[in-house]
Design a binder for this molecule. Structure first.
Ligand code: BJW
Ligand code: ZN
Length: 281
């Protein structure tokens, strides 16, 4: 009646690993055995590095939701305000470094010829993690596909000019905002806002990877923003496993073979780190 099952007087249940450990072992086995892995990440993977998420605590900036700021309409209405938000975020991100989850994922993609990281994040921390790997390996494979652009690039609102830019932005007045060296028009962050199309080549590659993946490992995304959220559904529909790492339930939880609750730094290294890699053999 709810008591511990016994055999020969020895309690059985205390010897069994807790459900979370079993789930971790299963997840690790899926990753170890997979021929092809797509890692989809969101803001939660960088939360442990100190980058604020969008929809959790600290996601509001000056009482505004991301949906109010991350749109072309918001930028047309008040470019200074939108630039002020990005300048504030740039400053925070500049002080952040890749965490144990970024590093473990970079090593997975470096060592595993067919693992790729597809990120919704614009913070560049996956690329920073890839830069810590030995140059001799397939470091290029550890470079992420950045679906929503980069906070450290700008592009012109008028011509095709697009450049890297790490220097601080002065958003104290409209006059101080950065302008295009080619045509003089206003520059904007090179990111994808709501209602804007994602870069077609990156999107096509991401969906091809998702359809071919044995495992889609989804880390730290609320999975409410499309089309990125459909990558996991694509893997599932093609017969692959979805493994989710998140502090909370998300719309992906219902299609996941395994859901691991916890922070990315606590969980991800244990899921991906123990595989023997092509580059380490
Ligand atoms: C932890 C943790 C820890 C915390 N460890 N976990 C289908 C259905 C409905 C709507 C649409 C649809 N298709 C398209 C749309 C419209 C729209 C959309 O998705 N809207 C929904 C919100 C309703 N999508 C678009 O508009 C997209 N464009 C498009 O579809 O274009 C079509 C088109 C074609 C042709 C011509 C024209 C148009 C574009 C979407 C762009 C999103 N952009 C942003 C801003 C990027 C720049 C910037 O950063 O400023 O991207 S919005 C924001 O959300 C950002 C993020 O990348 C994205 C996702 O957020 P993410 O990463 O999931 O973060 P959070 O905060 O939401 O979640 C964090 C998670 O981590 C939580 O779950 C926590 O629990 C967890 N967590 N700490 C592990 N330590
Ligand atoms: Zn220009």
């Amino acid at each position: 009646m709810g008591g511990t099952r016994r055999e020969g007087g020895r309690p059985l249940t205390p010897d069994r690993p807790p459900a979370t450990d079993q789930a971790l072992f299963r997840a690790r086995a899926h990753v170890r055995d997979a021929e092809s892995i797509l890692v989809l990440t969101g803001a939660g993977v960088s939360a442990d590095s100190g980058v604020p998420t969008f929809r959790g605590p600290g996601g509001l900036w000056k009482q505004r939701r991301p949906e109010e700021l991350a749109t072309p309409e918001a930028f047309s209405r008040d470019p200074r305000l939108v630039w002020e938000w990005y300048a504030w975020r740039q400053e925070r991100i500049r002080a952040c470094v890749p965490n144990a989850a970024h590093l473990a994922l970079a090593r997975l993609a470096w060592g595993h010829g067919r693992a790729r990281i597809v990120t919704q994040n614009i913070d560049g921390l996956h690329a920073d993690a890839a830069a810590t790997l030995p140059v001799s390996g397939a470091r290029g494979n550890a470079m992420p596909l950045e679906l929503h652009g980069s906070i450290f690039r700008v592009r012109c609102t008028s011509c095709a000019s697009r450049t890297a830019r790490r220097e601080p932005i002065d958003a104290t007045s409209v006059e101080s905002l950065p302008t295009c060296p080619s045509c003089g028009e206003l520059l904007r962050p090179d990111v994808v806002w709501f209602g804007e199309p994602l870069e077609p080549a990156a999107l096509t590659e991401a969906f091809e990877l998702a359809a071919a993946a044995d495992v889609c490992l989804v880390v730290g995304t609320s999975a409410v923003v499309h089309p990125a959220a459909r990558l996991a559904t694509t893997t599932r529909a093609a017969g692959g496993h979805v493994i989710e790492v998140n502090r909370e339930e998300t719309p992906i939880t219902s299609i996941a073979s395994i859901s691991l609750r916890g922070s990315a730094v606590e969980v991800v290294p244990g899921v991906v780190s123990e595989r023997r890699t092509a580059n380490s053999e």
